[in-house]
Design a protein around this ligand. Structure first.
Ligand code: ADP
Ligand code: ZN
Length: 804
């Protein structure tokens, strides 16, 4: 693929330019440059160019027919690949993505690539002997006559315009410049010391050599140089080499695989008649682009339906991408899929090392891995011959990437499938209203599973009105009794509480002072395990104070209880129960998820307590009680999707109960027992919920009845940004072309619901438009009218999942 050596020197070459190309760079600018080269370059190859005086890796794009007029032309310094490293299908996808989400193509492409495929350009400079450097500051830096890495100099002197200084000095021939590329995609080799089999060991060896030799023999005749030389010195090993007893050989070392190997053990489950019907009707669209929505109540066995369809594609030599939210990428899921498909499966998730990510990419590209299971970025797997894409739990918010490029994994799946003629199945027990609406309008084909296999009943759900219940630290008596009876029966309990930490704030009992995040201006959560106050928006933390910083008093009251406090209460109330807490604090421990999975499966945990992290996908037959401690938390979030999210969480978590031979029970505690999200979640009635929610959305003109776009402006200077936003407001008011776009509504600029985050003040504009095309026109007009002042940052989010 790339040049053979791990370190390549490159030089600017000056030849007759004859060919012109677009080059996609990892910056969010549509570059006004065209690049020229003396050799023909295939689209999708990596090239080295200079951008803003820096050497940068870019991806070669389309050839431009003639020397373009009116754009600046720059030179391609080096071509790294003779064959495209990026498949045409991904280039096409990046183009769509760039235009829809309004990013540069480069930003989209580089988000797809494993980091190891992007070598580091590296420039070193030194003063030329006997020549003085005109720029006195640069002369000082290079006074010692040694080589200096430009990147290091830039870091050490961030205020100096070093790149410019270097460029000028190089033009004036005042410095030596050494350019290198550090490739990071080479297989790694390490030296091993290996005993030569037929060599005859002399009667006596010096003691150290003898020791080393014995150790080698004891390890089967070979050890890595690193291991051996940590025990004996290198000269001892050299001595053995000199006597012809051992030799040193380089061997390729691959990173260890991330997941343990599960045995190949397909389940060969026979489908229920409902499942068989779903498989059959989905199969009618076999082999062509089409989106299928599989609605199936929790525990109805959607996975079996997917697996049946997947087998048929595999038998036809077509390949598959299977997306699941990161949160559901549980050991349980991995085990199930590994059992079913064995070694053709690739797993892709955020915790892969760079080396592992690269290896997976190569195995996928070469066709050795035929199914890619992973979180949203798995949609960019370089899989040839794509036949099917499955998006499980398609409603999940985590499919949306919250930083650049802000794409939605489910929507990209549909686009990729459309571009490659693949079939799509999206599945959920609580479909996103956008997907449901498309199904109602026959854009998606609809299939459903209404029951659990065999005689397994849906759980019985009861709503407990917290206004009428006595509680012990948020746990009502009926819930406590239910927990106690499960413990007696040796059955398992899941308690769901969507607030982590110990308490939501710490307030001085004397003066009423609460401690707020200096950057975000919201109260900080108290975390008892680490004795810290932490901001749940930006992560800033301080040691929890012993006395009030404002009045020096020593007693505090605590805000609403989080999972840590609940855990403490449970331990006091049920001292002999085995309790595990799983939230993003405890999950930071390596293997936390795996431990939870094993503990639940082997019945070594009685009560599993956690945030939404435990609400998805888990399938433990021992769980017969699910308690939702406070259903109202997500209901009170000021977002048009809060009812939908509440319904989803409650329905999903309730679905964890009663998946085995015993009847399941669910208790929902709430202060809003009459809210339609809660009533319908209790009945597990998605359709009823969707009907009410759709009519609200229609009245309020929110998705799926419009598209949303959000322009978020931020600055560290409140006065300045407020002033600019007022000016924006009046300019928008004068923008008659915008008003003439039918169905377009622009809200704002107003302070965002989260007006300050990480020391930046935030204002936003929310754009509503009837479809993607009109959205594009509207945003074009807005951007043209509102020139971005310096000192203000703009982030554009198309189809945002959160307006905070
Ligand atoms: P969902 O994803 O729809 O919530 P799962 O696919 O996790 O449900 O299936 C729930 C459980 O039912 C799993 O343990 C699965 O193995 C089992 N199951 C599904 N279909 C069948 C079937 N036809 N026969 C036996 N067990 C099944
Ligand atoms: Zn903060």
């Amino acid at each position: 693929m790339a040049n053979g050596k791990a370190l390549t020197k490159y030089h600017a070459s000056h030849t007759l330019f004859s060919m012109y190309y677009h080059v996609y760079l990892p910056v969010n600018l549509d570059t006004e440059f065209t690049y020229s080269s003396s050799q023909a370059i295939a689209e999708g190859c990596r090239v080295l160019v200079s951008f803003n005086r820096r050497d940068m890796i870019g991806i070669c794009g389309q050839r431009v027919q003639d020397a373009p007029r009116g754009v600046r032309i720059r030179e391609i310094t080096e071509v790294l690949d003779s064959q495209p490293i990026i498949p045409q299908s991904l280039l096409e996808l990046a183009r769509w993505m760039a235009s829809y989400y309004r990013n540069s193509i480069g930003i989209c492409l580089f988000a797809m690539l494993p980091a190891r495929l992007i070598p580091d350009p590296d420039m070193s400079i030194r003063s030329k002997e006997g020549i003085s450097i005109t720029d006195s500051q640069l002369a000082d830096l290079l006074a010692d006559g040694d080589w200096h890495i430009v990147q290091d100099l830039r870091k050490a002197h961030p205020r100096l315009p070093l790149l410019k200084m270097v460029e000028i000095a190089e033009q004036n021939d005042e410095i030596d410049v050494d350019r290198k590329l550090k490739h990071r995609d080479k297989p790694r080799y390490a030296n091993f010391v290996s005993v030569i089999p037929d060599a005859v060991k002399p009667q006596s060896l010096p003691p150290r050599q003898s020791e080393a030799y014995t150790m080698l023999m004891a390890s089967g005749g070979e050890m890595s140089m690193a291991a051996l030389s940590s025990v004996v010195s290198y000269s001892v090993i050299k001595g053995l080499v000199g006597k012809g007893l051992v030799r040193i050989i380089p061997r390729r070392i691959d990173p260890p695989p991330v997941y343990e190997d599960y045995p190949f053990a397909p389940k060969n489950i026979s489908l229920t008649s409902e499942q068989a019907m779903a498989v059959q009707s989905i199969s009618q669209g076999y082999g062509k682009f089409e989106v299928n929505l599989l609605y199936g109540v929790t525990g109805s066995g959607k996975t079996e339906v997917y697996i049946h369809i997947m087998r048929r594609y595999l038998d036809d030599n077509k390949n598959i991408i299977f997306l699941i939210p990161e949160i559901s990428l549980t050991p349980q899921m991995v085990e199930r899929f590994s059992n079913e498909f064995g070694s053709i499966l690739a797993i892709n998730h955020s915790r892969l090392s760079d080396a592992e990510r690269l290896r997976q990419w190569q195995l996928i590209q070469s066709g050795q891995k035929r199914i890619v299971v992973g979180a949203r970025s798995a949609i960019f797997a370089p899989l040839p011959n794509l036949g099917l894409i499955v998006v499980d739990e398609e409603h999940e918010q985590s499919y949306k990437q919250e930083n650049l490029p802000r794409y939605h994994g489910r929507d990209m799946a549909i686009v990729r499938a459309m571009q490659s003629g693949a079939q799509v199945i999206i599945g959920s027990a609580t479909p996103a209203l956008e997907s449901w609406y498309n199904q109602l309008n026959d854009k998606y084909r609809y299939h459903r599973l209404t029951a659990r296999p065999f005689a397994i009943a849906m759980p019985e759900v009861e709503v407990l009105d917290l206004r009428e219940q006595e509680t012990e630290g948020l746990l009502s008596h009926p819930l406590l009794e239910a927990i106690e009876s499960r413990l007696r029966e040796k059955q398992q309990v899941i308690l769901f509480h969507n607030r982590r930490g110990y308490s939501s704030y710490l307030q001085c009992l004397k003066c009423g002072h609460t401690i707020k995040c200096p950057d975000c201006d919201v109260s900080m959560y108290y975390h008892r395990d680490t004795e810290e106050l932490r901001c749940h928006y930006c992560g800033y933390g301080i040691p929890s104070p012993r006395k009030c910083p404002s009045c020096n008093a020593f007693s505090f009251s605590y805000g609403s209880a989080g999972t840590q406090k609940l855990e403490q209460n449970l331990k006091l109330l049920f001292p002999s129960a085995r309790i595990l807490r799983l939230d993003s604090d405890s999950a930071r421990r390596q293997d936390a998820h795996k431990q939870m999975y094993k503990g639940m499966k082997n019945r070594e945990i009685d009560i599993l307590l956690g945030t939404q992290m435990i609400s998805k996908g888990l399938d433990f037959p021992g769980v017969t009680l699910v308690g939702i401690v406070l259903a109202d938390i997500s209901l009170n979030v000021p977002d048009f999707r809060s009812a939908e999210r509440t319904f989803q969480h409650l329905t999903q978590v309730a679905g964890r109960s009663g998946r085995g031979e015993w009847q399941g029970e669910v208790l929902i505690q709430t202060y809003n027992p009459h809210h339609y999200s809660i009533i319908n979640a209790a009945k597990q009635d998605y359709e009823a919920f969707a009907t009410i929610e759709l009519s609200h959305r229609q009245q309020m003109y929110y998705p799926p009845f419009c598209r949303l776009g959000r322009l978020l402006y931020s600055s560290d200077n409140l006065e300045y940004i407020r002033e600019r936003m007022e000016a924006f407001g009046s300019e928008l008011g004068r923008l008659s072309s915008l008003k003439s776009l039918a169905g377009v509504i622009v809200l704002g600029p107003v302070p965002a619901p989260l007006p300050k985050l990480g020391s930046l003040y935030r204002f936003h504009l929310v754009v509503k438009a009837p479809n993607a095309n009109v959205m594009r026109q509207a945003i074009d007009m807005i951007l043209a009218a509102l020139k971005l002042p310096s000192g203000i940052r703009l982030q554009i989010d198309i189809d945002p999942v959160s307006l905070m």
